[in-house]
Design a protein around this ligand. Structure first.
Ligand code: GDP
Ligand code: MN
Length: 376
């Protein structure tokens, strides 16, 4: 799970990394009061989980509380790269002398972490890496050894950062390990005119698999942007919102991914996808279908199930239960194959719901779902 900048800022602060004084709000009126408390002049920053906010006009200096209110109102009305701005952070402005880039990221292929550092911070690192690859330094970090002061000094030397940034690198490693993060990034890490090192912007991705041992994360979880993703997560389902018109339900990540491809190949776009997993019981199928059908972007649904541990007749029972529970108004195309497929098809045939169509193969099912999406 990606955190908002203000949540990353909070973690940095807890681990002893200097950050600007700041506060978050969703109200322009309160922004004025916050600005007053911070000394009048503030930087107003859109809180969205995407980079390049500055370039998009989502990071702006306000000279006084009245300007902070106006700027907050404008930024709260913005949509940055498809992310509506719901809150802004007001921060005390920092007098920047230089901007650096530092991050740790999990390198899955190598089974290690990678420290990435650059003396040219501020712009997005992908851009620096593309235009001046020699300005970006990568140093592997053995997870068992971690970033000791010696390792930090090595990274600092390799990247040409000021020697004192080594202390920040050690603390940033503590953020990564103690918070169970997969990525921690500070861009820019700035040296102020007074010689202080301050993390001006942060990105943190937490490892969802470590949720069980990070009890205090519950507060961050509730900030899920998409209400349907939150509803699906609450039911233990893996649901992802996309931008197209065909809702996709399948069992198992591989089958779901290929279903997305087949839908795209049939001239439609997936509206979302939901993986009901290997042990897709009737109950899970019913929960899953109700989530997908509540997505306003969905014009038709494609259910693609290969019966294995859970037999197709159980899946068909789930679909029938869902039909009674959610009363769909959109067509549903079902393709059942594998364990007990014939019995599953018979269950659906008996129910004979006018909106449910069966298809024999995945390709047929995708074509039909695409056609129904375009005419409904
Ligand atoms: P991003 O565009 O989403 O990466 O947002 P950042 O928070 O990194 O801000 C973008 C840029 O705005 C930074 O690289 C700085 O150059 C500038 N900026 C942000 N906050 C301040 C500040 O307090 N003082 C000054 N002088 N510049 C700032
Ligand atoms: Mn930044």
């Amino acid at each position: 799970m990606d955190l908002y900048e203000h949540q990353a800022r909070q973690l940095f602060e807890e681990h002893g990394i200097s950050v600007p004084r700041a506060e978050v709000t969703d109200s322009p009126g309160r922004a004025a009061g916050i600005a007053r408390g911070l000394g009048g002049r503030v930087v107003v920053k859109a809180q969205v989980k995407t980079g390049g906010r500055g370039k998009a006009g989502g990071v702006r200096l306000a000279e006084d509380p009245a300007a902070a209110e106006r700027t907050a109102r404008e930024i709260l009305a913005m949509n940055i790269k498809g992310h509506p701005v719901r809150t802004v952070m007001l921060a005390q402005p920092i007098d920047i002398e230089s901007e650096f880039y530092v991050s740790y990221v999990l390198d899955r292929a190598a089974g290690r972490f990678l420290a990435i550092a650059s003396a040219e911070g501020g712009t997005e690192i992908e851009e620096v890496a593309a235009s001046r690859p020699e300005a970006v330094t990568r140093v592997p970090v053995d997870p068992a050894e971690g970033v000791t002061p010696e390792k930090a000094a090595e990274i600092v030397r390799a990247a040409g950062l000021p020697p004192r940034t080594a202390g920040v690198l050690v603390r940033l490693w503590q953020v990564l390990t103690r918070e169970d993060a997969l990525l921690v990034e500070v861009n820019p890490l700035v040296r102020t005119a007074q010689g202080q090192l301050v993390a001006l912007d942060g990105k943190v991705t937490l490892d969802d698999n470590a949720r069980f041992r990070q009890a205090r994360r519950s507060g961050q979880e509730t900030s899920n942007d998409d209400p349907l993703e939150a509803a699906a997560a609450a039911k233990g389902l893996n649901y992802v919102k996309l931008d197209g018109e065909v809702g996709v339900v399948g069992n198992g990540a591989g089958l779901v991914m290929s279903t997305l491809d087949v839908v795209a190949g049939s001239g439609a776009r997936p509206a979302n996808f939901l993986d009901i997993g290997g042990g897709a019981s009737a109950r899970i199928m019913s929960d899953g279908l109700s989530v997908v059908l509540s997505d306003p972007g969905v014009k038709s649904v494609l259910v693609n199930v290969f019966g294995g541990i859970t037999a197709c007749d159980a899946v068909a029972d789930g679909i029938v239960a869902a039909l009674d529970a959610v009363r769909p108004t959109k067509p549903i195309v079902v393709r059942l194959d594998g364990n007990n497929a014939a019995r599953g098809r018979a269950v659906l045939g008996e129910r004979a719901h006018p909106l449910v169509h069966q298809a024999a193969t995945m390709d047929d099912a995708a074509r039909l779902a695409a056609r129904l999406a375009h005419i409904s």
